[in-house]
Design a protein around this ligand. Structure first.
Ligand code: IPE
Ligand code: IPE
Ligand code: MG
Length: 251
């Protein structure tokens, strides 16, 4: 990544303050990508990691300030043990390999989701890369591992049980804590899912209340920078009303 490239900020619908976007991605289709080539599913996940690297490199130059990637859902434990082990192993290697580069590129990495069920080595790699990259300011990259939005909302609700009046703002703060996040649970601007499925599969349900959804038929390992740019263009064409009506109509 060239740190001198200037990110394009998002100006809302022409009247907002410039700000960087929070883009969430459900990178789906690794298994099908491998099957089409007669390869093991693991090979699809390896190609998926390469696509993650491409996306992370492109993100800061395209106006993205926060990128949340769903890499292992709480329901993915139901897959065969060999696939689970290889996925978690790939993630551990990814953290160990990228720590120095991320720090150099100003990328701050944070993992959201449960940690108590992860293997010891992966937990250690997460702790190390989070610490090493904590000062990064060019991109806030969040990887969701053993993540379930319903579970996070439930845990946040349990923490709040003694409060009688709970504002959405206060709840978002507690949800952020329940997620292992840093700060309140951030609203998603754009959510992209590859692989052709049109569902959220328990990802960022609270945060995506007003997210624009873009579904791509491409399998994740085939997702290129141009596909990200096309999704962002589509996002910029959308009229986000948040329950209001356009000013011109309101008069
Ligand atoms: C997404 O690809 C990656 C993870 C869920 C970890 P899949 O493994 O779900 O690929 P498909 O959907 O079976 O093709
Ligand atoms: C969602 O994909 C989870 C990740 C991409 C990590 P899945 O492949 O697990 O979701 P479903 O089963 O199609 O809903
Ligand atoms: Mg899938």
């Amino acid at each position: 990544m060239d740190p001198n490239r200037v990110a394009k900020p998002y100006y809302g619908n022409g009247n907002g303050e410039p700000r960087l976007l929070h883009v969430a991605v459900i990178p789906d289709g690794n298994g099908r990508w491998a099957a089409m080539r007669g390869l093991a599913r693991t090979a699809g996940h390896e190609a998926g990691v390469a696509a993650v690297r491409r996306l992370v490199s492109a993100a800061p130059e395209t106006g993205i300030g926060m990128l949340s990637l769903y890499v292992f859902s709480a329901d993915n434990w139901e897959r065969p043990q060999t696939e689970v082990a290889s996925l978690l192993g790939l993630l551990e290697s990814f953290f160990r390999e990228e720590a120095d580069r991320f720090r150099g590129a100003g990328i701050r990495l944070r993992v959201i989701g449960r940690r108590d069920r992860l293997p010891e080595g992966l937990r250690a790699a997460i702790a190390a890369i989070e610490k090493q990259t904590a000062a990064g300011r060019n991109l806030f990259l969040r990887l969701a591992i053993d993540y379930s939005a319903q579970d996070a909302i439930l845990r946040a609700a349990c923490r709040m049980i003694s409060s009688l009046e709970i504002s959405r703002r206060e709840f978002a703060r507690v949800l952020g804590l329940a997620n292992h996040g840093d700060g309140p649970a951030p609203d998603v601007d754009l959510l992209i899912r590859t692989g052709g499925e049109q569902r959220l599969s328990d990802f960022l349900l609270w945060e995506s209340a007003y997210a624009e959804l873009v579904f791509s038929p491409k399998l994740w390992p085939d997702f290129e920078r141009g596909d990200l740019e096309a999704a962002l263009e589509e996002f910029r064409r959308r009229d986000r009303r948040f329950g209001r009506i356009p000013e011109a109509v309101a008069g």
